[in-house]
Design a protein around this ligand. Sequence first.
Ligand code: FAD
Ligand code: A2P
Length: 273
Amino acid sequence: MTELAPVTQAALKARLPDAQTVTAVTHWTDRLFSFRVTRPASLRFRSGEFVMIGLPGDNGKPILRAYSIASPSWDEELEFYSIKVPDGPLTSRLQHIQPGDEIILRPKPVGTLVHDALLPGNRIWFLATGTGIAPFASLMRDPETYEKYDQVIMMHTCRKVAELAYGRALVESLADDPLIGEMVAGKLLYYPTTTREDSPRMGRITDNLTSGKVFADLDLPPMDAAHDRAMVCGSLAFNIDVKAVLEGFGLREGANSEPQEYVVEKAFVGDGI
Ligand code: FAD
Ligand code: A2P
């Protein structure tokens, strides 16, 4: 009679390649949560990039989706900020993960929301709707952001106040951050707005830029191509409309291969797009 080999950790990893362990989960609303996982020792990434993460599917094929890494490149763990799509193949299950569970993480970071894709400037604008704040959660915690720019403006717009909570908590935590607290002080300007529930600041990012309201509120000059840089992350419709606004201020779209004044990434791929 042959004895079965004991199930070793290595064998488990072989069954779930690229497995990482969940270390923390926070639910912000019934549609939004964030979680942290262990970081593969070999993973190097630039703040603002995304990776593919997922869970094993029923047929043994993994269900993988693109996710912005929300933690900065220096963090020893990885953080993600996620939507919960009720019938979504991945997030209908991912929303139930708990510390100790494993997820799949393909360690191949890519993306355009990186400092290298922009020409040097004085002010950088992070423009996000919904979960599009995730790459900026990384960039707002990266010392390079404050080394490169005199002012960092985080505009985040959601329909409702509760949907701003993750970004607000993150911004508020920066002041006490031992690594970058001092760098952030006085440089980071946070401009959260809602569009379908009353809050101290209201309105779409596009409207607040074109009307000049955000410049007046923050006591900043209007955007210009000589001084201002921007990174954009939201729905396809948002990205298209913001691009038109930025082009109106004279900014041009850049890429890793050809740095210019602004860069864009989709926060998700919409139905039928
Ligand atoms: P899917 O079948 O993938 O999506 C179903 C539908 O849900 C979509 O058609 C769309 O209408 C809607 N939807 C999907 N994602 C979102 C979203 N984030 N916000 C609002 N509506 C959405 N998602 C995150 O939650 N966090 C991220 O950091 C993130 N980064 C991404 C980066 C890139 C470059 C891309 C292309 C997508 C990113 N996404 C992110 C979206 C993500 O890849 C998945 O679509 C999402 O996790 C839902 O997966 P699902 O399988 O449950 O549903
Ligand atoms: P609004 O409530 O006026 O549509 P969504 O949940 O639909 O992705 O929207 C997230 C946020 O982005 C909402 O505050 C929404 O405003 C805003 N938004 C959606 N589409 C655009 C767009 N094309 N231009 C500017 N803001 C947009």
